[in-house]
Design a protein around this ligand. Structure first.
Ligand code: SF4
Ligand code: SF4
Length: 344
């Protein structure tokens, strides 16, 4: 994160706004990946599931997403799903409009569909392709977005490869090295990111790492970042994986990101995982990245995190007053409206 971006984000927080917006632009996805949190029953809090929401298409989706961005005025937007490439025609209309607004965009996809090479013209766009390990494991989990198809579909594009490390991966010595050796040698792969699988509290998914697996994975990442320049995970970020936030209240990422689901109304809380995520076993790269920014010392013992928390409190109070003032003004206007005066 650049200093100017931190300052802009800070200004948004002081104004009671969240600088980052994540939108599930569709509920549809041609894949059925095991461990997918978007289609987990807990994702929307339990009462409804993502596939039950009404979502939008075509011009209606484009207009509504842009209206949301104009209302929230974020610095960064993640377009996720389902798989946002299901709505590739709408993305063709959305991306230039978001770019014009000066907002950074991230499209997170399985690359089941061709990534247009023309998207390279967008300086503020990052296309993130999810790859679940080496070919045998990936193909078993992510069919029909197999390695063969992903490689074909990213040809000529520039992407970030993102892999979520599961227990099955962590169990195999040398696996991450082999993964990096494969992906960092490919033209068009600008960087590689790893997250560690984040469970819901009390979950027993096979993907959950043991404490020992987590520790050895972190040690591997420390070594591998020195070997592969395209592994975009600084030491400060890796350190956060050792001590993740204890709760959503402590998580700067959760507190600075608004996540909205496919009906463009439902808010996903406390973070993009929804439900009741086990923060102490969180391995989300975005959360760890912002935690690292939060631990950065600004002056003496004062960290960016201290400033953020104080600003967030102020921002919420300010927003609360503003909302009250607006509703008071609206009420007053309604009371003195000529139609009210004419009422019996
Ligand atoms: S591609 Fe993403 S949204 Fe679709 S099933 Fe897999 S993890 Fe879930
Ligand atoms: S991103 Fe991770 S640490 Fe933050 S609220 Fe979600 S699970 Fe917890």
């Amino acid at each position: 994160m650049k200093k100017s971006e931190v300052l802009q984000a800070w200004a948004r927080i002081l104004a009671g706004r969240k600088p980052s917006l994540s939108i599930e632009i569709t509920k549809e996805c041609p894949l059925r990946c095991p461990g997918c949190y978007a289609f987990d029953a807990a994702h929307l809090g339990g009462a409804t599931e993502l596939r039950q929401l009404a979502d939008f298409k075509g011009d209606e989706l484009v207009t509504k997403v842009l209206a949301l961005i104009d209302e929230q005025r974020p610095l960064h937007v993640s377009l996720v799903g389902g798989d946002p490439m299901v709505r590739h025609r709408e993305l063709e209309l959305l991306l230039p409009q978001i770019e014009i607004r000066g907002v950074h965009t991230q499209v997170v996809t399985s690359a089941f569909r061709q990534i247009p090479t023309a998207w390279k013209r967008y300086g503020k766009l990052n296309v993130v392709v999810s790859v679940d390990g080496l070919q045998p494991e990936h193909d078993a989990r992510r069919k029909p977005a197999t390695y063969e198809r992903v490689l074909r579909n990213i040809e000529g594009a520039t992407v970030t490869v993102h892999c979520t490390i599961t227990s099955q991966i962590a169990d195999r010595p040398g696996y991450l090295d082999d993964f990096l050796s494969f992906w960092t040698n490919r033209r068009g792969v600008a960087k590689v990111w790893f997250s560690i699988f984040t469970p819901q509290r009390g979950a027993t998914d096979q993907e959950i790492l043991t404490s020992a697996q987590r520790a050895s994975t972190i040690a591997d990442l420390r070594r591998l970042r020195l070997k592969y320049a395209r592994l975009d995970m600084p030491e400060a970020l890796i350190r956060e994986l050792e001590f993740p936030p204890k709760s959503p209240e402590e998580c700067i990422f959760a507190r600075t990101t608004q996540t909205i689901s496919a009906d463009l109304r439902t808010r996903i809380t406390p973070c993009q995982f929804g439900g009741n995520p086990d923060c102490e076993r969180c391995g989300c790269i975005a959360s760890m990245g912002l935690a690292a920014v939060g631990h950065h010392h600004v002056v003496g013992r004062l960290t960016a995190g201290h400033l953020f928390r104080a600003s967030d409190r102020l921002g919420r109070i300010w927003r609360g007053h503003l909302t009250k003032a607006i509703s008071r003004k609206t009420r007053l206007r309604a009371e003195v409206s000529p139609f009210n005066i004419l009422k019996p």
